[in-house]
Write a protein of this length. Sequence first.
Length: 294
Amino acid sequence: EKTVVLITGCSSGIGLGLAVRLASDASCRFKVYATMRNLAKKERLLECVRGCHASTLEILQLDVTDPLSLAAAAQQVQEQRVDVLVCNAGVGLMGPLETCSYQAMKTIFDVNVFGTIGTIQAFLPGMKRRKAGKIIISSSVGALQGIPFNAVYCASKFAVEGLCESLAVILQQFNVHITLIECGPVNTSFLANLQRMDTEGCVLQGLDPQTCALYSQYLQHSQSLFRDVAQDTEEVLQVFLEAICTPCPPLRSFTTQFFMPLTRLKLTSPDGSEYVRAMHKFVFSAGEAQGDRV
Ligand code: NAD
């Protein structure tokens, strides 16, 4: 019997890559429900899986912010069970907090937080009943530590960490495993897809010059970070595959060790002062040797 996997956000990036990888598994071990908000974007996925076994992939419409769309997608799973649920849909928001509109912040929380909660709620009862299942979340280094000018994105991703850590405590009794995959920067269209305020926009909105200057410095840092340390989707997918194929995957799995020195500061200096100092240095002291940047 095939492992039934349902993935959200499959029109691009990690979701698309994972759907292709699982659907083209040489031993046809998986039946993949690749879901996306907008089915008009399914061509890329179809192109990538061309030639692979027809019975391993189905594409469904699913907007994680729409309960009716979620219910309809769940109904269309022929096997009437999902063994592995991958909550991957997510959006970013970058800019000084003062420039983030209520609408933009609400969208981030609707997709990243309520969308993830709703998706889990749709499939959790079945997993509990069967006493089997895996929930895998596309999480982020920004879910574990604050990143300047990503405050709202980090707030939404932190929320999902709290959600999953809380669930994990009881789900082990149901043989349901929940795993957060902590990704650093990944070469996907995430940067292109995120809502980003530009420096000129900040100036136009009358933001103070000091914040504008810091933001402009941050944008440069972010660009070079993506250039220097972003992982390829394939590398990150390996960690997803491990979580899918291991019987009892851990609550957190890291795709990269690069941010570990920064992440650890929360534990070694619980009052946060070390982290704030180190992150400030990491982002705003350009030109230092890469080795001392973290
Ligand atoms: P991406 O932008 O290519 O993929 C995100 C996908 O989510 C898109 O296909 C988008 O259409 C979909 N989506 C957005 N709103 C949706 C909705 N309402 N319903 C259903 N789908 C929706 O970027 P990605 O890098 O593949 O991102 C996937 C996940 O990985 C996200 O949750 C993101 O936060 C996380 N992540 C990405 C990075 C990175 O650097 N790329 C780093 C850490 C974490």
